[in-house]
Design a protein around this ligand. Structure first.
Ligand code: SAM
Length: 304
């Protein structure tokens, strides 16, 4: 695959069907009870993408709640509008272009200001949280959903279970360097979920609550559940296009920015490709299995 892929809108590779299976609705209802969702009549979803998080929230918030969504990408604003219209929720939703660092809303506008996997992509997550606090009403809720992707990388599958210790350790080191490189380039930290509770407390949010999604997407034969089919399809699609978490050029850029040396890169990239190929072959042979958790925090705090 060429390293020079055409420029796509932000996160394009991550908006596939797997995102439809991120939440258990009964778990979100429990979160709604704990966080008093019944008092929420206005919501801002920051970095709304094509509307996956807003759609999940709409299922557990009062039927009269109104939603605003902002994203920096015009294409996502268009697609989110269509998604919510198609779901029959269009009359309760408004979308606009907007930057998380400078939200196009007045102070104290919303009962709930939220984002999902957005702080992991911004250079200054504290600045983004401060902006979310600014547009939230006193007593209102700031709710961020952010992962620790580094932890997810340490998970074993039936394939990696037998890998030599050195290979497992080298892969973890590769991921760590990529995550640190991405952050060094000012593109966000993919394990920010670990640090976000402290940041939110430091910025003055009160009554901080931290929970974790109860959703895993376990893979085991015959992979016939919808989330399993979606997961297998995404892996096969990425592998067929020589993609792995990020494309090769992006991965190289992060690696070098994370302190990696050019001479090391091809070997590590090829090892990642071999692992993916082995996992896909095992799915096809019906021998692949993995608990496949995604370490995802829900972090909430109230504005004074
Ligand atoms: C991983 S996606 C998450 C989308 C959506 N929240 C969801 O969970 O499906 C990250 C989103 O944040 C948007 N984004 C990244 N940086 C942003 C910024 N500074 N301001 C507004 N949106 C931003 C991207 O365009 C993308 O839609």
């Amino acid at each position: 695959m060429s390293e020079n892929q055409p420029q796509q809108p932000h996160s394009a590779e991550f908006f596939n069907e797997t995102r439809d299976y991120w939440w258990n609705e009964d778990f979100l209802r429990l979160m709604g009870e704990r966080l008093d969702f019944e008092k929420v009549s206005s919501v801002l979803d920051v970095g709304c993408g094509v509307g996956h998080w807003m759609f999940a929230l709409a299922g557990v918030l009062p039927r009269t709640t109104r939603f605003n969504g902002v994203d920096r990408e015009e294409e996502w604003v268009r697609k989110a509008t269509k998604r919510m219209n198609d779901a029959g929720l269009g009359d309760r939703c408004e979308f606009a272009l907007g930057d998380a660092m400078s939200l196009p809303f007045a102070d104290k506008s919303f009962d709930l200001t939220t984002c999902q996997t957005v702080l992991i992509h911004v250079k200054n997550p504290r600045g983004a949280i401060r902006e979310m606090m600014r547009v939230t009403k006193p007593g209102g809720l700031v709710l961020t959903i952010e992962p620790c992707n580094m932890a997810s990388m340490g998970v074993f599958s039936s394939v990696t279970d037998s890998f030599p210790t050195e290979v497992v350790a080298a892969t973890l080191r590769f991921h760590l360097m990529l995550q640190r490189g991405k952050r060094a380039l000012g593109l966000g930290f993919n394990s920010l979920g670990d640090l976000a509770p402290g940041m939110m407390a430091e910025l003055g949010l009160r009554d901080i609550r931290v929970y974790m999604s109860d959703r895993a997407t376990p893979m085991y034969p015959p992979y016939e559940k919808p989330h399993q089919r979606a997961e297998a399809k995404q892996w096969k699609d990425w592998h067929a296009r020589g993609h792995w978490v990020w494309d090769k050029a992006t991965t190289r850029q992060y690696f070098l920015a994370g302190g990696g040396e050019e001479r090391e890169f091809d070997g590590l990239w090829e090892q990642a490709g071999r692992q993916m190929a082995a996992e896909i072959a095992a799915i096809e042979a019906g021998t692949f299995h993995c608990g496949n958790p995604h370490i995802t925090y829900l972090i909430a705090g109230r504005v004074s």
